[in-house]
Design a protein around this ligand. Structure first.
Ligand SMILES: O=P(O)(O)O[C@H]1O[C@H](CO)[C@@H](O)[C@H]1O
Ligand SMILES: O=c1cc[nH]c(=O)[nH]1
Length: 289
């Protein structure tokens, strides 16, 4: 069956609509980052760069690191962007764009997020590396897809009960990363975490500047949540969408985040570039291993 032009949207040069990429621009190992400025901070470690493209907030470099072909792409912030980025990455790998047909034998991509986050635990200081074992999405994205088979409803329901989660917000969903990649990216230098993915940086993460929030205790309640030993470690804005869409589309993903904020001590990294560079170097070493 041929996909309609309104569903599989292509640019005049045949590239996929938002990412502006052609299938040959993509490697099977993909690093995703929120910040477009982080793309060149990663690709400067490559031996050779063969593709440099940009459309909107999506900056893409594909090249070789120690002989391995890698794509690094910025997604921008939030799971609404992840929905677009991951659907289009998957289309580049698994849809024949010229024939507008889904390929018979799907390819599985390895996708690694190198991101930044805020810790909600006193014992996870600024500069720590968190490998997200689990994610809890407060964004609702997975409820728009057939996701029942891989979401953990037991943990999500316990979370709603323990925190008194308002029914005005989306039902949280809980999803795991890829176990093999989690092990590959874990070491004595990392902490295995349960990452909360929020719809924003301020109110949704309990930050108050001038705008007030309905429950000033919500971050404490998220921190106090414990279900059979599962405790939430950190807050950011993409991991639940990355894990959910990867499970849905048959890709393997892991989310690595460096802690820039500690919400309990009130600290924020004075120099953000060093911890981010440290996580980049660590993650590239693990990819090459
Ligand atoms: O540094 P990145 O990868 O963008 O990740 C984090 O930083 C942004 C907020 O400052 C959000 O995207 C959050 O998830
Ligand atoms: O506190 C933080 C720090 C980085 N990114 C976030 O989303 N939250």
């Amino acid at each position: 069956m041929s996909l309609k032009a309104s569903e599989l949207v292509l640019n005049r040069d045949g590239s996929i609509y938002h990412l502006g990429l052609l299938p040959e621009d993509l490697a099977q190992t993909i690093i995703v980052v929120g910040d477009p400025g982080r793309v060149s901070k990663i690709s400067r470690h490559f031996d050779k760069i063969e593709v440099k493209k940009n459309k909107r907030e999506f900056f893409t470099h594909t090249g070789y690191f120690r002989g391995k072909r890698i794509t690094v792409m910025s997604t921008g912030m939030g799971t609404d962007n992840i929905d677009i980025a991951f659907t289009e990455l998957d289309a580049l790998a698994n849809i024949d764009l010229k024939g507008k047909a889904i390929k018979e034998n799907p390819v599985s991509l390895d996708i690694i997020r190198i991101g930044t986050t805020g810790s909600i635990r006193e014992n996870i200081p600024v500069g720590s590396f968190i490998t997200s074992e689990w994610a809890i999405g407060f964004d609702g994205l997975m409820h728009y897809y057939k996701s029942d088979s891989f979401l953990n409803t037991e943990i999500a329901e316990a979370f709603v009960e323990q925190t008194g989660w308002s029914s005005l917000k989306a039902m949280p969903y809980v999803v795991k990363g890829d176990e093999n990649l989690i092990e590959k990216f874990s070491s004595d230098s990392t902490i295995k975490g349960f990452t909360g993915t929020n719809v924003g940086f301020y109110g949704p993460q309990g930050r108050v500047l001038r705008a007030q929030i309905p429950d000033a205790e919500m971050n404490d309640k998220i921190g106090a949540f414990n279900y059979k030993g599962h405790e939430i470690t950190n807050l950011e804005m993409e991991t639940s969408g990355i894990y959910g869409l990867s499970k849905l589309l048959g890709h393997r993903s892991v989310s690595m985040n460096v802690v820039l904020a500690n919400r309990l001590t009130g600290e924020f990294a004075e120099d953000t570039s060093k911890p981010v560079d440290d996580l980049i170097r660590y993650s590239l070493e693990r990819i090459a291993k």
